[in-house]
Design a binder for this molecule. Structure first.
Ligand code: NAP
Ligand code: GCO
Ligand code: CA
Length: 261
């Protein structure tokens, strides 16, 4: 008798938000490799076309949709369209996110609110749209992409840290409120990963590069490849009794005081 593979996602439908490239694309690719059908969205047609080209180049038959995750009516229409075209959404990855690096006292309330809107309110909106179907089916997986800033602060990222800290608690609250319906909601907390979002921090000679290497026991930046296995774990039956957990994939940053200069 062959034991079923607990990490298999065969027959599952996954929505990964903001997944044209970067961490979202890598996670969607991993879920596809594990057998899931992939839906993703991006904020406009041009970005979506680039995303579709990326999936095609990787041989992944992903379906792409234009949707701004902060637009509740648009998100509700997105969910209905995906469920009509691909089937019920079994796995949601709230990945779409922005960052604005500005000293707090120089940041406008408008910019602060925009970061909160995309990084915290939108995961609420999208989760709220998929949970009723998961309740009806008696199962579901929600993965919220958190951050080192779910635990730590640093200069210039006040809005982002507030959003990602809030996303950690939204994750725990969804786990608490809907765990009895066999819905598992967990966070995936990447450390410092090489993506367009962190490109400004990795410019040659930028002091942040040596700083983060000294703060990372693994002594390297993470890559999106490092996130694939943890994402499949949290999306699969292998984690059915893991709920409200933030799985940090950070090379040990959160455990380490930092290398002595
Ligand atoms: P990224 O390269 O900036 O990509 C972000 C993605 O989100 C893009 O596809 C972007 O689309 C999309 N997006 C932004 N606002 C959106 C909206 N309103 N509606 C729909 N899509 C939207 O970021 P990343 O580095 O891959 O990060 C992905 C997630 O991981 C984010 O939540 C980020 O906070 C988190 N994270 C990143 C790191 C890291 O080191 N990179 C570490 C921890 C956590 P457009 O390009 O069209 O705007
Ligand atoms: C920053 C970085 C971080 C990473 C990530 C760390 O400016 O400090 O952008 O916020 O994006 O969130 O986990
Ligand atoms: Ca299904």
């Amino acid at each position: 008798m062959t034991l079923a593979n607990p990490f298999s996602l065969e027959g599952k439908v996954a929505l990964v938000t903001g997944a044209s490239y970067g961490i979202g694309f890598a996670i969607a690719s991993a879920l596809a490799e594990a057998g899931a059908k992939i839906a993703f969205n991006d904020i406009n047609e041009a970005a979506l076309e680039k995303g579709l080209a990326n999936y095609a180049a990787a041989g992944i038959p992903a379906r792409g949709y234009v949707c701004d995750v902060t637009d509740e009516a648009g998100v509700n229409a997105l969910i209905a369209k995906i469920e009509a075209e691909l089937g019920a959404i079994d796995i949601l990855v709230n990945n779409a996110g922005i960052i604005r690096r500005v000293p707090m006292i120089e940041m406008s309330a408008t910019d602060f609110r925009q970061v909160i809107d995309v990084d915290l309110t939108a995961p609420f909106i999208v989760a709220k749209a998929v949970i009723p179907g998961m309740i009806r089916r008696g199962a579901g997986k929600i993965i919220n992409i958190c951050s080192m800033m779910s635990e730590l602060g640093r200069e210039t990222v006040s809005a982002y840290a507030a959003a990602k800290g809030g996303l950690k608690m939204l994750t725990r609250n969804i786990a608490s409120e809907y765990g009895s319906f066999n819905i598992q909601c967990n966070g995936l907390g990447p450390g410092y990963i090489e993506t367009p979002q962190t490109a400004p921090l990795r410019e040659p000679g930028h002091p942040f590069n040596s700083f983060i290497l000294a703060k990372t026991p693994a002594n390297r930046w993470g890559t999106t490849e490092d996130l694939k296995g943890p994402a499949v774990f949290l999306a699969s039956g292998a984690s059915d009794f893991v709920n409200g957990h933030i799985l940090y994939v950070d090379g040990g940053i959160l455990a380490y005081i930092g290398k002595q200069p």
